[in-house]
Write a protein that binds this ligand. Structure first.
Ligand code: AMP
Ligand code: MG
Length: 425
């Protein structure tokens, strides 16, 4: 595992705009996940750890784009039909075994290499535009030089960088690697993340709740989101608010994990020992982010004999925990995992609601997408708005992000929409 720079999360104390926080995060963190070679069949969904440069052209040879006849354009009559003898045959995987000759046509099929030699044919007539007459083919006028011929390297040029270290491998990327003959790719190993919850009121789901207790929701939501980001998740359960218990659990987890993440227990009340525990094991910094919901996010690190392990503490309120996970922890996790592009694509949609907000903070509004009158996607505010109302996320499709300087959103104006499918694919 690579080493983070010393105390990489020390960013200062004032209310931090989200963009500034994300820029700082980007500048101060780097990939720490290990690397490994994986078979191509295992590579989808992994983050590539090497640049892939094409060692040859794809396709490697000029070939036909259609079923038809390979001809010399200069043999064709531009005004009238041309009759040529068919003297050879080239099918996909079965090239013509001799050079072609002027004054002749070669029967050719899609994907078959164009006949080679010093003076090869340059054009392919589609069979639909030809008539077969005995051993001859009769070709209609009107074709362009070079028609229906695909050039060597049309897909990928020899020496072209087609895939970059740090990109998430999708099915089409795996396909491109295969077209270059790769059987294995160097990728980042999944980030090993330990997740736990903090709070004496929390219980594992199942059974009856005792008075004052609630079931732990965040740990399960966060573990699921981490898994969807490609992490290997260890569930450390609920850690009681006892400094010695917290210290022991984190010290042990830091040995075998790349990131520790928790929710709740970060306030400064006398029952909140998480903060003191982390500070005693390394360093802890609060980011008072200028966002709603979810202002306080704690980032820190736990020092171990072999290096320091980053720590992220999210708010306890379930909606705030999810929102801060998506907008802050997610880019952090992707960076540590080796990804270079960590900003999600935002989509501009029409707002179907009016909304009043405070200035100087970015607000994320739970929204559902419906078809507007003209069929264009329109965001409707969804569910109740409390930071603790987790069920409001269930029917939502994503978050409308309202900029810091906005105080009133008018229905019908365009807004940034962050679909959950974009950030938790
Ligand atoms: P805290 O950040 O610990 O002050 O918690 C804020 C609110 O979130 C309290 O109402 C907690 O009961 C609630 N909460 C904290 N952690 C969780 C959790 N893991 N699952 C559900 N609710 C939680
Ligand atoms: Mg608490």
């Amino acid at each position: 595992m690579a080493q983070l720079s010393d105390d990489c999360f020390a960013f200062g104390d004032s209310l931090t705009p989200l963009d500034a926080a994300l820029r700082a995060l980007h500048d101060r963190t780097a990939a720490i996940a290990d690397q490994a070679e994986v078979a191509l069949a295992e590579a989808n969904g992994r983050i590539l750890a090497e640049d892939i440069v094409a060692p040859f052209n794809v396709p490697p040879h000029d070939n036909s784009a259609v079923d038809g006849y390979a001809v010399y354009f200069d043999d064709l009559d531009a005004q009238a039909e041309t009759r040529l003898p068919v003297t050879g045959r080239a099918a996909a995987g079965h090239p013509l075994d001799r050079p072609a000759r002027r004054g002749e046509a070669v029967r050719i099929f899609t994907g078959a290499p164009m006949p080679g030699g010093d003076d090869p044919p340059d054009t392919v007539m589609m069979q639909e535009d030809c008539r077969v007459d005995g051993d001859d083919v009769v070709i209609m006028p009107g074709i362009k030089r070079g028609a229906n011929k695909r050039d060597a390297g049309e897909d990928i040029r020899d020496g072209e960088k087609v895939l970059r270290a740090g990109q998430l491998l999708r099915p089409q990327d795996v396909g491109v690697a295969a077209s270059l003959g790769r059987t294995a790719l160097r990728v980042f190993e999944p980030l090993r993340v330990a997740v736990f919850s903090s709070g004496d009121e929390l219980r594992d789901p199942g059974g009856m709740l005792d008075p004052g207790a609630i079931f732990d929701a965040n740990r399960f939501a966060l573990a699921a989101a981490l898994t969807q980001l490609g992490c290997t998740v260890t569930d450390l359960g609920i850690i009681k608010d006892d400094i010695d218990v917290i210290r022991a659990a984190l010290t042990e987890a830091a040995v075998s994990h790349d990131l520790l993440i928790t929710s709740g227990g970060m306030s400064t009340g006398e029952e909140d020992h998480m903060k003191a525990a982390i500070e005693s094991l390394g360093a802890l910094h609060f980011w008072r982010l200028a966002i709603k919901p979810g202002r306080p996010v704690a980032l820190g690190q736990i020092d171990t004999p072999t290096g320091s392990v980053p720590f992220a503490g999210l708010p306890g309120n379930p909606v705030a925990a999810m929102v801060t996970f998506l907008v802050v922890a997610r880019p952090l996790i992707l960076r540590l995992s080796g990804a270079t592009e960590v900003a999600p694509i935002r989509y501009r949609v029409r707002s179907g609601f009016t909304h009043r907000k405070k200035s100087s903070r970015r607000e994320f509004v739970r929204a559902k997408i419906v078809a507007g009158e003209d069929g264009a996607p329109t965001a409707e505010k969804h569910g109740r708005s409390g930071a603790g109302v987790l069920s409001s996320l269930v029917g939502a499709d994503g978050l409308v992000a309202l900029p810091e300087d906005m105080t009133f959103l008018e229905a019908g104006s365009m807004v940034d929409f962050l679909p959950f499918t974009e950030v938790m694919p």
